[in-house]
Design a binder for this molecule. Structure first.
Ligand code: ZN
Length: 255
C-alpha cells in the first residue's frame, strides 16, 4: 500500500517526501477522489490525470505556493458563495503542469474532509491523510457498489455535471443505485450502511489503513495526529417502503 501511494503521488510531484511533509505539516491536507485508486487494485491500470487536494481555508495559500514551487501553474480559481448553496466547498484552485491537473478544494469548515460527504456517491467518499487511507463505505466500494447521495435528488442537485460524474463510475464498473437494498439487506437500527444512520470517521464501519507504524508512548497508542472527526448522515427517505418521511442529511465536526 505504501509503495502504491508513493507511486500515485510521484505522478504529480517529483518530491514525494516534500509533499507528504506538507500534508503532515498542514494537518488537514488530504487527497480525495484519487484515494479510490489506492483502494481498488483493478483501477490501478487506469491512468490518473487529476489529483484532488482538500484543505481548510487557513492553509490554502501555503499549499498553492508549494505546488507553484513544483512547477504548477494556476489555470483558474473560483470562489463559491457557500452561504447560498450550503456547499462545504468555499473555493477551488485548478493548477496544471504538463498534462497533470491538481485541484485544491478549500473548505471553511473545521475539517478538510467535510466536502467529501457532500459528494455525489459513496464510491468517492474516501480520503488519504499523511498517515492513513480511509474508506467510509468499504463493503460497497470493495464490491463496486455505490449509493447515490440522497442529497443529490432531495435538493435538486441532479444536474448534467452530476450525471456525467456518475456515468464515469458506471464506466469503471460501478453499480450505482439510489436504493441501498439493491446492494445488500441491512437492519436500519444497527447498520452503518443505512443512509439514515449517523456515522463518523472513526466508527466501526469506516475502514482505515495506516501507512506507517503507529508510534507507541509507553503502552499507549498515539493516534492524535489524525484530523478532526467528521460526523455525517446521508439522509433521504426512510428505508421502509410505506413511509414518505424524508430525513435531512447531517454534517458535523467533532474535536
Ligand atoms: Zn435503512
Amino acid at each position: 500500500m505504501d509503495t502504491r501511494r508513493r507511486g500515485l503521488l510521484k505522478t504529480f510531484v517529483e518530491d514525494v517526501d516534500g509533499f507528504m511533509r506538507l500534508m503532515e505539516h498542514m494537518g488537514t491536507v488530504i487527497l480525495g477522489l484519487s484515494a479510490l485508486h489506492l483502494i481498488q487494485a483493478k483501477m490501478e491500470a487506469l491512468e490518473l490525470n487529476d489529483l484532488d487536494v482538500y484543505v481548510t481555508h487557513e492553509f490554502d495559500k501555503e499549499v498553492v505556493k508549494h505546488m507553484k514551487g513544483k512547477g504548477y501553474e494556476m489555470k483558474w480559481e473560483s470562489e463559491r458563495k457557500t452561504e447560498y448553496d450550503g456547499s462545504a466547498m468555499k473555493k477551488i484552485y485548478k493548477l496544471m503542469k504538463n498534462e497533470r491537473e491538481v485541484d485544491i478544494i478549500v473548505t471553511n469548515w473545521a475539517g478538510a474532509i467535510v466536502p467529501i460527504v457532500q459528494y455525489h456517491s459513496t464510491a468517492v467518499m474516501n480520503y488519504m491523510t499523511a498517515h492513513s487511507l480511509v474508506c467510509m463505505y468499504p463493503e460497497w466500494t470493495k464490491n463496486c457498489q455505490s449509493l447515490v447521495n440522497p442529497q443529490m435528488y432531495l435538493n435538486n442537485g441532479t444536474n448534467i455535471c452530476t450525471v456525467m460524474a456518475l456515468m464515469k463510475y458506471v464506466r469503471r464498473g460501478f453499480c450505482m443505485s439510489a436504493d441501498p437494498f439493491k446492494f445488500s439487506v441491512h437492519n436500519c437500527n444497527m447498520s452503518g450502511y443505512c443512509p439514515n444512520a449517523v456515522r463518523n470517521t472513526i466508527d466501526g464501519d469506516t475502514m482505515r489503513w495506516n501507512f506507517e507504524e503507529v508510534k507507541m508512548v509507553g503502552r499507549m497508542t498515539v493516534t492524535c495526529k489524525d484530523m478532526a472527526v467528521v460526523i455525517w448522515r446521508l439522509g433521504g427517505g426512510e428505508c421502509e417502503e410505506d413511509s414518505d418521511e424524508k430525513n435531512p442529511g447531517y454534517i458535523g465536526v467533532g474535536a
